[in-house]
Design a protein. Sequence first.
Lengths: 227, 278
Amino acid sequence: MEGGSPAILFALDLAFMQEQLPTLLRAALVTVQLSGLAVLLGIVVGLLLGSWRVIGPAWLQTLIQWFVNVVRGVPPLVHIAIIYFALPRLGLVLNEFWTGVAALTIIAAGYEVEIVRAALQSVEEGQTEAAFAVGMDRGMTLRWILLPQALQRMIPPLTNELANVIKASSLLSVISVKELTKVGNDLIFEHFVVAEVLIPVAILYVLIVSLLTHTSRWLEERLGIPT
Amino acid sequence: MVANKNREQDPPAQKPSPEPGLPWLRIEHLHKFYGSLAAVIDVNLQVNRGQQVVIVGASGSGKSTLLRCINYLETPSRGQIWLDGDPIGQHPIQTASGMVWQADTPNQLARKRRQIGMVFQGFNLFAHLNALDNIAIGPHRVLGRPQAQCREQARALLAKVHLDRHADHYPSQLSGGEQQRVAIARALAMDPKLILFDEPTSALDPRLTHEVLQVMQELAEEGLTMVVVTHEIHFARRFADWVVYMEQGQIVETGAAGDVLNRPQQAQTQRFLSYVMG
């Protein structure tokens, strides 16, 4: 190694790191795909359940609240294990990747339901009353008045939640999904190097999350209500 | 206490004549309880087509609750409301044991509410829509009319409330008086049989209050049926055909505006008016 680098870098095998970078980048892409799909599906499920949580019949609201309680109360790793073992028993055989997407979607949705509910309920009561007064039913009020105003308010907490989903995706390494943490771990045990793998892995996670944060900030501005 | 229209002066000629014997809005034995608190007690009121009724009373007298019961934003505990022969909030159904009243489903209620406009103290304009679309969204989304046609109608209504140049403004870019006039136009856009005004000027300074009252006066002259809760006694005297005075959830006195406001019969009404007139 050349001299003059900070002390910690003396020990790093930079040539090995360069050699393994394409492998880690491919794994990072899997992490992005996993989280991206889980997030998108989670938002769909979250919007649906979150809306029903606000305007649905009482029994449905209770049911959704139970779903939320269960998802929030069970550790993500246990969730992943349950889904990994339960889905084949229900006759649904998915490969590791889609099992991972299913597990992450349910985890994401559990939190997103609450984000959607909170955002919808944060819209002033007067907006709903005004919508009722022009003859809108609950569905119209939700679609044309509440959701457009709540969407912008959902984005910051959703971004937070999405960062959690990306990080939770590392847990899918236990069911052998070839995402960033799994591939990194394999490299560690294959080559008996630690720092050379974990440092780029950590940096890649930071990059993925920053990318998401910037996209979300851009979206938030675009959706803004003029003041 | 039934308020029949019985004007002393001749009504303005352009007002549509009320259908004989059939009040446009009829409220019978209306009660509203919140737990053990009685907000409205046995209110009976009739409003004829083209009539302007003003409800006055101190804060907490139940007048806003009464108004909000008319379009079922508050569900009455007891009593019946009829608009143009149509029962609001419930409907009769035929059962084996005869006819019984059943509460309207939310969707049935939504359909009936289309006939009743409402103007709120806090304006409640849709914050994400500009003035034009605040007015157009009702006819477009509720009545399913084409958007272009609804916007054209909205433009005409903006002109009617003297806000032609504010179509693109969002609620946060409008003054309180402007917001309230947009809210009135929004109510008019549904071509309602009746518009309820819940303290429409209480959040406004005197100059903005004047703008809004001006528009309401113009609508009254066109024969729009209006029920107005307000603290503006001077306006009520000019504007109303009929005045209702409420205290502690009950109607204390009703009559032609000139009678109730100038020569109140009840001691409670006299006391209230002496406070507000200074």
